[in-house]
Each structure stands twice: as C-alpha cells, then as structure tokens.
Design a protein. Structure first.
Length: 187
C-alpha cells in the first residue's frame, strides 16, 4: 500500500511540474484536480483488491470443499473424488468425460490420487460383467473398495456425491453435472 501511495504522489508531482502549475494562479485548481485523480486511483486499486479477495474466497477447490464439509483429510478428499471420477470415466464416452473434466480444475490430481482397485474387487467386477451384471453395481463395488483403502467407510460415497455434483453444477453448469449423474446414478 505504501508503494501505491508513493507512486500516486510521484505522479501528482510530475504532473504539476510538467504543466507548470505556478503560472497564472490556476495552480490550486490543477492541484485539486490532481489530488482527486490520485484519490480515484486509490479507490480503484482498493476495489480491485477487494474483488480479487472475493473471487478467491468464493471459488474454493473441490477438495477444500470436501475436507471442510466432511471433516476428512486432503488426501482422502483427493483420492475419494478421484475414485468417483475414475468410476464415472469408465461409464462415459471420452468426449463427455472431457466436458466433465473441464469443470474440475484439479481433475488430474484427483485421478492420480485415486487408489488402484484391489485385485479381488477387480475380478469380482469382471465376473459380474461377464454374467450380465450392471455397470452401476460394478462401480459401487469398486468405489467401496477404493474408499476402504482411503480409510473411509463405503457409505461416504453417498456423502461425496451431492457435494461433487453441486460443485460441478456451479463450475460447469447443469449439463456437466448431468453427465456425472448419468454415469453414476446414485440416489
């Protein structure tokens, strides 16, 4: 803030010096005008700083939202949301998943943090698919396994979903949220 005031003062002095405010008695009006300009500049700077702080506060990341609302660790939020997005990705065409991904800036970090499904869960899902099992049941089993690896109970999937869906709706719109809901139709 001191630097801004210093710059404002320098601008005022240079303006007054350049114009030669000491001539013809008009210097006081010019000085008043220069001070008003400097004050306006300060108000604009303060408004910009306040707006920047407001944007940062209103655009909390998805993992920050999950940790705050569910009382879980950052790693659990990253891994759990990543597991949900991996399950959704498996039930979506690539173009739809790209659209969904654009709503979540930290998508790559989440996908990387998702636990690998345990081999037993993978074999069970594969056998279920071959016998005509639904993708929703396979996704549910895979998510339950992933959440357990993160020391989260499987019922936490149901707590993650509305938060993730709301976040996507706010950042990407109803269409993007609908893509997730159609890929993982949890109640």
């Amino acid at each position: 803030m001191k630097n801004i005031n210093c710059i404002k003062s320098c601008v005022v002095v240079l303006t007054l010096f350049t114009i030669g405010c000491a001539t013809n008695g008009g210097g006081q009006n010019l000085m008043d005008s220069a001070e008003q300009s400097a004050q306006s500049g300060g108000q604009i700077t303060q408004s910009g700083a306040a707006a920047a702080q407001g944007v940062g506060a209103s655009q909390m990341s998805l993992t920050d939202t999950l940790t705050r609302q569910l009382g879980i660790s950052q790693n659990q939020a990253l891994g759990g949301s990543g597991a949900i997005f991996k399950a959704a990705q498996g039930n979506m065409n690539p173009q739809d998943f790209t659209t969904l991904s654009q709503s979540v800036p930290e998508m790559n970090d989440m996908l990387s943090a998702a636990p690998e499904p345990d081999p037993i869960s993978s074999m069970t899902s594969g056998a279920s698919s071959m016998m005509g099992g639904s993708d929703t049941l396979n996704s549910t089993a895979s998510l339950a396994s992933s959440f357990q690896q993160l020391n989260l109970s499987p019922d936490m999937v149901g707590k993650f979903m509305p938060i993730i869906t709301d976040y996507i709706q706010n950042t990407g719109g109803q269409a993007a949220a609908g893509l997730l809901q159609s890929a993982l139709p949890f109640p």
